[in-house]
Structure formats: C-alpha cells, structure tokens
Design a protein around this ligand. Structure first.
Ligand code: ADP
Ligand code: MG
Ligand code: MG
Length: 512
C-alpha cells in the first residue's frame, strides 16, 4: 500500500466541533444546490411520490491534500490536450484505423461508426465542433526514483458527457466557506488557508464554451428563436450538476436552453430542408426553436440505445446543422483504444497531432503505460501479464465504455479473460494501475459519515471550439481554454471512483 501523505490530516475534532461542521456543510450544500436526487434505497418512491426531494451530494468534509506541482502540471497541459483531441477528432483516417480494430468485436463502436459513415456519405452541413473535455489524473511517484517527486499520470480523457463541472465549483465554494466560518478544527490552519484552496471555475468555464459555440453558430436564418439542447438521460439523479451550467448559460449569456431526454429526439425535433435542427417543446407545441448546439449528457452507453429508434435519433442530430458536443468522431476520439495508441512508446502518433515538440513532451509526461490486448508483439506481452495472477495485480483491464463500473481490476483479470473468448480480448486495453499516495478523509454520503483511507482523482475541464470541414485537412481553432477542475475522492477500498455510479464523492483540492 502507498505511504500516507500526511498522517495527521484531517484532524479529529471533538463531538461538538464535528456537529458544527456537519450542520454547516448540510445547510450550505442545500442552500447552494450542491445536491443530487436521492437513491431509491435512501428515499423510496413511496416516501416521495412526486419526486420533490433532493439531498446533499456526496462530498468530503475536508478538502483533500494535493501536491501543488501536480495540480499546476495538470492545468498547464489543458490547452495542449484540447489541441490534441480536436486534431484527432478531425482525422478520419487515423480514427478509422483504431475503430477498425474494434468494429467486429464491439457492436456499440460499430454502430457509432455507421452513423458517422451515413452522414459522411450525405455530406456534413456543420463544420463547427465543440469539445467540453475532461482529462483525469492521479498523483504518481516513480517507485524506482522517489527523489524525482510526484507528477500526474492520466487515467483517461473524456470527450462526451464529462460530468460534475456543475457541482465542482460548489464544493470548492463549500470548503472555502467552512474555512471562512472557522468550522474546521484549529489544527488545519497551517494546511487549509486562502492560498491553498484553488477556486474551481468549471461552471462559468463550461457555460462560456457553450456560449461561444452558440454565438459562432449565428442567428436563425429562418427568423426562429434559437436554443441550446441539453440531451439528457431520464431519470437523472445528477440533474443539478447539469442545471448549474444551464442556469449560468441562461443568466450570464442570455441563451435559451431545454432539456431533451435522449429517447424523445424523434418526437420533439425535426430536421428541415436545410438540415437545421428544429425543436418543439412538448409543453408549448405551437413554438419552434432552431437548435444551435446539442450538448450530450446522454448517449455514451450502449444501454441507452434500446432500439433502432434511438440510433435514428442519434443520426438525426449528427446529420443536422446543430453543433454537436460531441460529434460522433469526437466521441470516438475519446475511446480508451485511442488513448492506448497515443501512449504507445516511441510512436509517431503524438507528433502527428501535436507538431509543437515542447507541447508534445509535456503531454507525453502525463501518459501511463497502456497496452493493446491484440495479437501484436505488445499485445502478446500484455496478454501474458494479464493472465498471470501475480503480474495482473498491477493492472486494470478496460473495455471501450464510459460512465464507470465497466473495468476489470487486478486479481479479477485472469479469470475474466478465461471466461471471454480470445477473439474479444482486443476490445480491451490493459493499463498499469496508478498508485497515488494514501491519505485520510471523511465522506458524507446518503446521510452517513465514512472515515478512512481515500484516493483522489483530479479532472481538468477544457473547452475547445474548432472549425473543420469533413474530408479536408485544414482545421481552425476558434476557442481553446482550460475550464476549471474537479477533484473526486473515493474510499481506498474501492477500485472505481465514479460519484454517480455510487463509489465516490466530490471534493476540492488543498494544495500542499
Ligand atoms: P470511465 O470512463 O468508466 O470513467 P476510467 O478509465 O476513468 O473509466 O476508470 C474508472 C475508474 O477506475 C477511475 O475513476 C479510477 O478510479 C479507476 N482507474 C482507472 N484506470 C486506473 C489506473 N490506471 N490506475 C488507477 N485507477 C484507475
Ligand atoms: Mg473515468
Ligand atoms: Mg470516461
């Protein structure tokens, strides 16, 4: 097990101090919308038949400790990562090669590719693309060279539905508030102070990215009012995370927004003769809006595509003139397979997309070792490591899926592979586990306190708006900025860190 970062942090307060901290945390969270819809096991449908209740989002009581150099390193590569992934998403030839390895063994990737090909054949009518990305990292110390100090290694790069940007700004606000009202025991004074708590600007950052796309689309040529669509899952427990960004877009940028459940695309939209996407709100059927941007908080998991109708809905959006966040190609750029190909040692790929050597070198430093599970030399080597129970302990096996709960960890890998036909092994990648330093914290989730060892994952949001005509090589970046951060913290007993999937909590960083 990794060594403890600071054994005395966070300090135990006495009962009175703890009660004060918790009552302030609960009230501030609810008063500021740091909330989620409760799970059915916490508040049953019988207790709340009208669905009126929300509860505090799972959060840490204290901001977790995070090395300042690592935080700054992750922030400093945000724009390079935006550049990298906008380049990948604009390179059909390259993506085709990674997708080709998957199409016969991964139906979901195959269906997404079909949507892309169908629109390509007809011709894309929108050349603007918006990426609202989140690059996730953990702190790593080289065990063979501990003097080299900590650095961040990338867990994954998300190009679709990167969540928690809404709540992240608020948990950073919560911890600052608890500090300001002296709710923390005095002993934390040397650690937590105004300089050590960076503000997370993810709400204004993500909303600004969307506002820029909306503006670049321009006014409706047919004289309709315009809107941005939040394409969502229904039901959605994490709705307030999305609402914070939506309200910022309404209030600060004067942009009209609607939430459209993924399953209702065909009912509530149509594509006109110019392929403008027209939305009719079910509550106001006499009204029509021209959609400038479709922001996906749904559509990333095969479980959401129940029938051909759902694929038809996805196709309708893709072929429309609305800007997609993300387009199918941008979604495919975010597969774990693409991440693995980029991370191949001495490969020419990174240089292809990031011609600036110093930028590429900084991005390269954040890659952790990742291997294919195919029949290449590297793949054969990885298969050996994954099948041996002893070496498998250092790895995680990942399929091409998003949203948490899909990976196979450590000791479970050999058995999983034995139960999976070898023809399907290449649908996965094998990644070395990053082992961040251990530390303690207290998580407040579903009304209960859980104290113990935790592991933190830092996510850096990035917004990138670019213009690229399908089939052409030139690409023009219109906006590229870092858009705030997220710290997610899970109990060190759990391999998964997803907050919505029920494993983790939202946190903020205390830089040390
Ligand atoms: P998803 O797209 O489903 O979120 P991730 O690659 O982020 O997939 O994996 C889910 C979780 O598994 C992460 O949040 C992290 O807690 C853990 N995890 C994934 N890869 C690693 C790794 N290389 N080292 C340590 N933990 C990892
Ligand atoms: Mg993840
Ligand atoms: Mg992901």
């Amino acid at each position: 097990m990794a060594t403890q970062l600071y054994p005395d942090y966070p300090p135990d307060g006495n009962d009175v101090e703890q009660a004060y901290l918790l009552s302030n945390l609960k009230d501030w969270s609810i008063a500021h919308g740091l909330v989620v819809r409760p799970t059915a096991s916490y508040v049953s449908a019988e207790t709340d038949p009208s669905g009126a209740l929300a509860t505090t989002a799972p959060v840490t009581l204290f901001p977790s400790l995070f090395p300042r150099v690592c935080f700054e390193q992750a922030m400093s590569v945000a724009q390079a990562y935006n550049e990298l992934y906008s380049a990948i998403a604009s390179d059909e030839e390259w993506l085709k090669q990674t997708v080709e390895e998957l199409v016969d063994i991964d139906d979901f990737i195959a269906e997404l590719w079909k949507v892309y090909l169908a629109v390509k054949q007809e011709g894309y009518v929108q050349s603007l693309n918006l990426g609202l990305f989140r690059s996730d990292y953990m702190v790593h110390t080289d065990p063979t060279n501990p003097q080299s100090g900590p650095c961040v290694k990338q867990v994954e790069f998300n190009t679709i539905a990167s969540s928690f940007g809404g709540l992240s700004s608020h948990v950073s606000g919560l911890h600052k508030h608890l500090l300001a009202i002296d709710a923390y025991p005095e002993a934390v004074g040397s650690m937590i102070n105004d300089k050590s708590l960076p503000e997370s600007k993810s709400v204004p950052g993500l909303a600004l990215g969307m506002a820029k796309a909306h503006e670049a689309y321009g006014p409706s040529t047919g004289g309709l009012p315009t809107c941005v669509i939040f394409l969502v899952q229904d039901p959605e427990r994490n709705v307030f995370d999305q609402r914070h960004v939506e309200y910022e877009l309404n209030k600060t940028h004067g942009v009209r927004t609607f939430r459209l459940p993924f399953g209702r695309v065909l009912e509530d939209t149509k594509v006109d003769s110019d392929r403008k996407l027209i939305y009719t709100p079910p509550h106001a059927p006499s009204k029509q809006f021209e959609v400038t941007l479709v922001y996906f908080r749904a559509g990333y998991s095969p479980d959401e595509y129940h029938s051909q109708r759902d694929w038809d809905g996805r196709l309708r959006i893709e072929r429309s003139a609305a800007i997609k966040c993300p387009s199918v190609l941008t979604q495919l750029a975010g597969t774990k397979k693409a991440q693995q190909v980029l991370a191949t040692p001495h490969s020419p790929h990174l240089k292809r997309f990031l011609p600036d050597d110093s930028q590429a070198a900084e991005v390269l430093k954040t890659f952790a070792p990742i291997y294919p599970m195919d029949e290449s030399e590297a793949g054969k080597e990885a298969r050996k490591l994954a099948l041996d129970p002893e070496t498998a302990m250092r790895y995680v096996l990942k399929p091409q899926r998003e949203g948490g709960g899909n990976n196979v960890y450590r000791r479970a890998i050999p058995g999983f592979l034995k139960d999976t036909p070898a023809t399907h092994w290449p649908a996965h990648i094998l990644m070395e586990m990053i082992e961040p330093p251990a530390q303690d914290n207290v998580i407040f989730r579903n009304g209960e306190l859980q104290k113990g060892g935790v592991i933190c994952e830092l996510g850096i949001y990035g917004a990138c708006l670019w213009r690229h005509k399908n089939g052409q090589s030139d690409r023009q970046i219109l906006e590229n900025f870092e858009a705030g951060y997220l710290l997610r913290t899970k109990g060190s007993g759990s391999e998964e860190g997803g907050v919505a999937a029920g494993f983790g909590s939202v946190d903020s960083a205390c830089l040390i």
